[in-house]
Design a protein around this ligand. Sequence first.
Ligand code: IVH
Length: 704
Amino acid sequence: MSQHKDQHSLLDAQPTAAARQRVAQLVQELEHHNYLYHTLDAPEISDTAYDALFRELVELEERWPVLCRPDSPTRRIGGGLLEGLVKKAHRLPMYGLDNVFSDGEWAEFVGKMQRAWDSSVNGPLPLKFWCDPKLDGVALEIVYEDGVLTEALTRGDGHEGEVVTAAVRTIRTVPLRLQGNGPWPARLEVRGEVVLYRKDFAELNARQQARGQKLFANPRNAAAGTLRQLDIQVAQSRPLRFLAYAAGDVVWDTSTQWHGHGEMMARLTQWGFLTPPGGQICYTAEEVVTCARRVREQRDTYPMEIDGMVVKLDNLEAQRLLGHTARAPRFAVAFKFPAMQAETELLGIEVQVGRTGVLTPVAVLHPAPVGGVMVSRATLHNEDEIRALDLRVGDTVTIQRAGDVIPEVLGPVLAKRPPTAEPFRFPHRCPVCGEPAQREEGEAAWRCINLTCPAIRLRSISHFVSKAGLDIPGVGQKWVEQLVQSGRVTSPADLFTLTVQELLGFERMGETLAQKFVDALADARQNATLARFLCGLGIRHVGEQTARLLASHFQSMDTLAAADTETLQSLPDVGPEVAATIRAFFAAPANRELLENFRRLGLWPMGGETASAWAGQRSSPLSGKTVLFTGTLSISRSQVQSLAEAAGATVMGSVSKKLDYLVAGEKPGSKLEKAHNLGVAVLDEAAFMALLQSDDIQPKAGEE
Ligand code: IVH
């Protein structure tokens, strides 16, 4: 019996030659497809086909554990908990970088580098720089021995890091074995940054929120937390990416195979690493300044957060000769951009009532500079968001501004929470009229449903005359406020009955101004287009695009008002919900009365409107710009193109220097690379949508 058992295990331990061969083949194929999928975003086989190959390898390795090689893709997936993080020294210290914050400081740095060079080296300093974006993530060192990943260490204190090999193996953009043919160094330490792309971060936080788990303050914190995750399954479920930007210790069996930093980066790419996007050579210090300006301007178009540009002397021998100070290299520096995040005190939470009655909380902040702009207010979206963030008045909070987008509160700094800070209680009554508010099932927003609420009135009249509506010049928010407060104006129709004489009774209103005011309204009454009029009415779910569509299809208010849901739904982009709100709008007695008033006043526009006429009148950030779309977006190509055109943009057919924006969706093609090469600004779908909507602050929760 025991003899039989021994024989069996002996058999198991000695795999057949065919099995050996198959395992080798599977490891290679799976890694190749993994690279195509995760690093290049260009898969060649289906997920099912990949899974089948993967399962086959798992089975072979289970049958013959000796065949489980350290570079096997099955090792990317761990199980259970690690015992705890072990510390280990770096062979060569991982230094930080000195910072420069301006063109002047950069020039000083170059001067210092030149002096250091002249004092110790004969001959000219080779002024050729490698520039790439400074990624805001977690620094990591990955060790390859004879081309195979053997260990990964965090930067730690620069001398000693934590061993995070198991978590790093789960990162799909980390090659487990260097790709292509050698020669590979006998030992290669690849240094780089672990990051979470912004879209992945947003998804991760949405998932955390849905599960009632803690939200991460920013992608860097999320990446750091994930790397140090002892539960490998959790690490694996988060799409971290590693981007290589330098090498540590490199031991070649033969002679050194590279001499410049750029050359080394190209080799790392060939070996299967992702590298920071847009890395390039600059031949003069001035060129570096131009390059830094461009990277900074395009900051929001990178898929990951960046906080500057790193400039390295390209020549590796010159790097070695210049060496390091105690803290940082003398041959490299971080050209930092103004911080897009800041900490400040949350002084209060104000609740605003929107045009459709949605109660939107707004953070009132101690004014703080963020990316060069003073920020004193930020939207908080809705009740659930405040609760998920656990925000309390008195908290120190982290705020963020991403490009032109409205500032947002990322969360409280718990260590600085004063003991007196109490959770915020969202009001269940309208803060303006005091009537009970409602929150319907499945909706995030509380809503004031009092049709006579002065706040809703004021907002809808302001909307009617604003750019989003009839765009009546000179009839601004402040005047509307005064007129509504006086009780003289209770609906947008009342504006058209105002006389110069009446207006003169208002503070700071003179003859000329009053005449202009009345003229502007008369002009709007005669010349308003149907689409604009519809926009101005502020029907829920009817934005510019839909208004234009309705106007050109129905050509008059009367036919639109008479259209049934079926007719409405036969239009592209009008679904049951939109059709229902349009019907409800025309059915409500208060709205019928308002419309009758407009008709009596002679404000009753007819006819459709062309996209270009619309665009010409609008001041959208996209008007006059050229755009091109690539990759898969969440809405159809024709929809997104007509949105762009409606905003005044021209949709192009190919990438050229004249292109203003390339909008890249999932799996973009060669256009993206071309755009990067030509220095064309690249936007992801979210950034494009933000640009489309950026004339107006749009609360996330409501349909305002
Ligand atoms: S190069 C030879 N390049 O910045 C110099 N560092 O403040 C070694 N970092 O700890 C660093 N992006 O983690 C380099 N493109 C980039 C980088 C980068 C981010 C980080 C790195 C370093 C820190 C220094």
